[in-house]
Each structure stands twice: as structure tokens, then as C-alpha cells.
Design a binder for this molecule. Structure first.
Ligand code: T6T
Length: 325
């Protein structure tokens, strides 16, 4: 459904609910008794990427007259996200928008939502078998990894050793970003791939990884940090080693801390995603699925590569993530 169609459908729902004329819908709990109930399950709470996505979800939900609840685990961990999802399922929303924290471990818990006739839309991360979801919306993460390498290539054109600091294996987004980056490194014989190290989404661990890597390989020319917390910690590691500017750092995401690191020259480029758009599209797809209208199974969103040169432009400022709606 296009955006206008979604709005019309939402208004219709409200009108039907107000007159008590809503048709009962056996495939979806609660659609006949008031506004559509959407639930957003974040990958982790307190992450500016998911906060910005939440803002987009709330904005679009308000347009179509749906309510939204937002929940998430304390850590980016399927063992913690599963009980959060289970309690969301128990609250019987019409649709769940979820960023699964692991492609395999979250398959069954998400399947349980589908079995309860709740529509599922995957936002950001995906599953091994995403066909159970009505729609899946994500950045072009492979392309983003390649863009990160292109940025390092521009900054360190003579080549050399490069390192990836990622989160943990099994996350579709960061795994794809690392792959996109490493494939590009492989294709350029001037660069030497030092591999991927995992920070478990802990900035302190990312900082330790970078400190240790710079001690073992003082000639590293570039570091790619595949998400917000890896980038935050990588910047700390670079500062602690006194290597600001000497080692080129490209991070995924554009939270406030990362933007500061870009401004002070610790980080040279940020691949900013479009989390609000992912959220808005997620609502549109969920509502379409609930109304039996056509859905788009897979939607790819773009990104903006931020540098000091474009950060203060209107486009650059629009790409920076929010910490509150
Ligand atoms: O990079 C985003 C998100 O796309 C990824 O799946 C997990 O990490 C972030 O939330 C940033 O912390």
C-alpha cells in the first residue's frame, strides 16, 4: 500500500471503530475493537538507532490512528529478547515490528507470534527464514560495508592493514556489513585484511580490541566499526593510543557520540542509516498486511556517508540519529 492508502485505511478503521461497525477479523486479534495495536520490539533499549526508528514508527502510527508500544532487551542478546517478545505476544497486539537479535535463535520465538495470528514485520535485522514475516525492511548492509571500504580507500589510498570491529556473529546486519567490507578489501591487493573481532556491543570491549590491535599492528591504516557501539569504543581506543587522524576510522551509524568523534577528527566517516524511514515503512507494511492489502516482502533503504565536509549541511543534519522523539 502506498502512504496515502495507509492513511485512508487507518481513518477507515477509526471510523468503523467509532460507530461500532468494525467487522470481526479472526486472523488478527483485536482489529474490530478500536485502533490497531502495534508493538515495536527493539534490538536493544537505549540505542539511538532504535530510538530514531521508534520516532518514525510513532509518527506513521499516529497518521493511521494506530497505537504503539515499544519494548526491548537490556542487551543485544536473543536470550534477553525472547522473554520480551513473549510478553509482547501475550499482550495480543495486531502486529509486531521486531529487530531480531540473532538470525537463528530468534526464528522460533518470532514464529510463535505468527502462530498467534499476529502479523510480523522485520525491521533492521532479519531471520534465517524471513518468509514468516509479512515484510522485511533493512538498510543495504552489504552495500554499506562496501561504502565503508570505499571511504577508507579514499582516506588511505596507498593501502595497508585494515581491521573490522563488529558486534557478534549471527546478527544479519553487522555480519553483512563486515562481509561487504571484507569482499571489497579482498578485491584490492593493496590492502591486508586483519579480520573481524567482536565487541559484543560493548564499547569498552571495542576500545580494548582497538588498543590491542594497534599494539600488535602499529601500521594499521584503517578500522571499520560495524555499528554504533563498536564505533564509539573504537574511537576511544584510537584516542587512548593517540592515533587520531593517523588511523582512519569509519563507523556505521550516526549517534550523538559518534558525531562528536567525527567533529573532533577521531573518526573520519560515518555510514548513517535511515532508521526513521525503516520504522515508517514498517508501519505501512504492517497495516497493509492487517487489512489484507498487498505488501512488499522486502524493502531496502539507503544511507548517507557523513564526513566533516557534509555534516553541517541540511542533508547531513537530517541523517543524525535522535535520542528522543
Ligand atoms: O547498527 C544498528 C543496527 O542496524 C544493528 O542491527 C545493530 O546495531 C545498531 O542498532 C546500532 O547500535
Amino acid at each position: 500500500m502506498n502512504r496515502k492508502g495507509a492513511i485512508i485505511a487507518g481513518l477507515l478503521t477509526l471510523a468503523l471503530a467509532a460507530t461500532g461497525c468494525g467487522s470481526s477479523n479472526s486472523t488478527s486479534p483485536g482489529t474490530s475493537s478500536g485502533p490497531l495495536k502495534l508493538a515495536f520490539v527493539q534490538g536493544v533499549i537505549g540505542d539511538a538507532f532504535y530510538v530514531t526508528m521508534q520516532c518514525g514508527i510513532q509518527e506513521e502510527a499516529a497518521k493511521v490512528g494506530a497505537t504503539v508500544s515499544t519494548n526491548g532487551p537490556q542487551k543485544f542478546d536473543p536470550a534477553l529478547q525472547t522473554p520480551v517478545l513473549q510478553s509482547v505476544i501475550a499482550s495480543q497486539p495486531n502486529a509486531i515490528l521486531i529487530a531480531p537479535t540473532d538470525v537463528s535463535a530468534m526464528q522460533q520465538p518470532v514464529q510463535q507470534a505468527v502462530q498467534q495470528n499476529i502479523k510480523v514485520v522485520l525491521v533492521d535485522t532479519t531471520l534465517k527464514d524471513p518468509s514468516i514475516a509479512a515484510s522485511a525492511i533493512a538498510s543495504d548492509n552489504l552495500g554499506g560495508g562496501k561504502a565503508a571500504f570505499d571511504a577508507i580507500h579514499q582516506l588511505a589510498p596507498n593501502g595497508g592493514k585494515v581491521l573490522v570491529v563488529s558486534v557478534q556473529p549471527g546478527i544479519s546486519t553487522t555480519d553483512d556489513r563486515a562481509k561487504g567490507f571484507q569482499d571489497a578489501v579482498k578485491a584490492n591487493p593493496s590492502y591486508q585484511d586483519l579480520g573481524v573481532q567482536y565487541s559484543n556491543n560493548d564499547p569498552q570491549k571495542a576500545a580494548q580490541i582497538v588498543s590491542a590491535a594497534l599494539q600488535a599492528n602499529p601500521d594499521i591504516v584503517g578500522i571499520f566499526a560495524t555499528n554504533l557501539f563498536s564505533a564509539e569504543g573504537s574511537a576511544t581506543g584510537i584516542r587512548q593510543a593517540g592515533k587520531q587522524g593517523a588511523v582512519k576510522v569509519v563507523g556505521f551509524d550516526a549517534g550523538p557520540d559518534q558525531v562528536k568523534a567525527l567533529q573532533d577528527g577521531t573518526v573520519q566517516a560515518l555510514v548513517a542509516q535511515q532508521p526513521a524511514l525503516i520504522g515508517r515503512d514498517g508501519v505501512t507494511q504492517a497495516v497493509a498486511a492487517l487489512k489484507g492489502q498487498p505488501v512488499t516482502k522486502s524493502i531496502g533503504t539507503g544511507f548517507t556517508v557523513l564526513t566533516q565536509a557534509n555534516l553541517n549541511s541540511p542533508e547531513g543534519q537530517a541523517a543524525v540519529y535522535k535520542t528522543a522523539c
